[in-house]
Design a protein around this ligand. Structure first.
Ligand SMILES: NC(=O)c1ccc[n+]([C@@H]2O[C@H](COP(=O)([O-])OP(=O)(O)OC[C@H]3O[C@@H](n4cnc5c(N)ncnc54)[C@H](OP(=O)(O)O)[C@@H]3O)[C@@H](O)[C@H]2O)c1
Length: 274
């Protein structure tokens, strides 16, 4: 896809791999909608992009640890734009950000499930009219190889909590949502794919986990950009990629009953109509 003039929203683009992808797309002439919580980090990135002679991105500040934050972001984007060519749902927290203890979102949901999955679910639906209006258009969900099946008796992980389980559950939830949304949008000219960008990129999330980085944001960013604009994936949808290559996700992703339960729960928690 030629990105010149295309409008792209990348959540979590004030840091890490999202920041890299935003910068690369601005270089290609896209109108980039940056998102994050930190105005100062966004300002630095905007200055870097404009100093290279590219169009200044717009910045949308929103905290996705509350559903109200996701709604506020969608409202702000909708107020400014009628079409969205690409939505990259990338914002996330790792297994250890802010410590190893269980945390909750403003709405009382387990925090990783809320930030990494539920806010992206809500945003995708709220932005869908804009994404459909831009068809052929794409949604890219930045998930992970770290995947843990959902225990539907304890989705908020009140028992046997671990940060890595919470993170991996949220990432599998994104993949399960990708499959369902792709099928819902199969005649709308909108593709939806998810991916593991790269293993242990050198980002804040990885460093916060005390992990020694094994790859770069350039490597993970290339995999995200592949799904954003690759011609070879223009007609592929509902798939999970490991880097550049299609791959099977955790078995629960292919359990239609589990996906239905997740979908029903997500609609209920976000207050979206069924
Ligand atoms: N790093 C890896 O090796 C790796 C591997 C597999 C998958 N991933 C996935 O890649 C994506 C990006 O990760 P990264 O490694 O680039 O992480 P990162 O450097 O920590 O960046 C995370 C981004 O998400 C934003 N964010 C975090 N919490 C938020 C909240 N409550 N509300 C709004 N924005 C929030 C951050 O905004 P602020 O600037 O405001 O903090 C930042 O822009 C994540 O979905 C992650 O799960 C990463």
């Amino acid at each position: 896809m030629n990105m010149n003039g295309k409008t792209v929203l990348i959540t979590g683009s004030t840091d890490g791999v999202g920041r890299y992808v935003a910068s690369e797309l601005a270089k290609q002439g896209a109108h980039v909608l940056l998102h994050g919580r930190d105005k100062a980090r966004a300002k630095t990135l905007i200055e870097e992009i404009t100093a290279r002679g590219h169009e200044a991105p717009s910045f949308y500040q929103a905290d996705l640890s509350s559903l109200a934050g996701a709604r506020q972001l969608a409202d702000a984007v909708k107020a400014d734009h009628k079409k969205l060519d690409v939505f990259v749902s990338n914002a996330g927290i790792g297994s250890q950000n802010n410590g190893p203890q269980r945390q909750e979102s403003a709405d009382g949901h387990e925090l990783r499930f809320a930030v990494n999955y539920l806010s992206g679910f809500l945003l995708a639906y709220l932005l869908l009219p804009l994404i459909k209006a831009a068809a052929p258009s794409r949604i890219v969900n930045v998930a992970s190889l770290g995947q843990h099946p959902i225990d539907f008796d304890d989705v908020m992980i009140t028992k046997n909590y671990s940060g890595s389980r919470a993170y991996a559950q949220s990432k599998l939830s994104q993949i399960m949502f990708t499959i369902d949304l792709a099928s819902e949008l199969k005649d709308a000219g909108v593709t939806v794919n998810s991916l593991h960008p790269a293993t242990y990129m050198n980002t804040t999330m990885v460093r916060a986990g005390g992990i020694t980085p094994m790859s770069t944001v350039e490597q993970g960013g290339a995999a995200i950009l592949h799904l954003v604009q690759g011609d070879d994936v223009a007609n592929k949808s509902g798939l999970f990629f490991n880097g550049m290559n299609e791959m099977k996700a955790n078995a629960q992703a292919y359990d239609a009953g589990a996906r239905r339960r997740l979908r029903e729960l997500s609609l209920r928690l976000t207050g979206l109509p069924g």
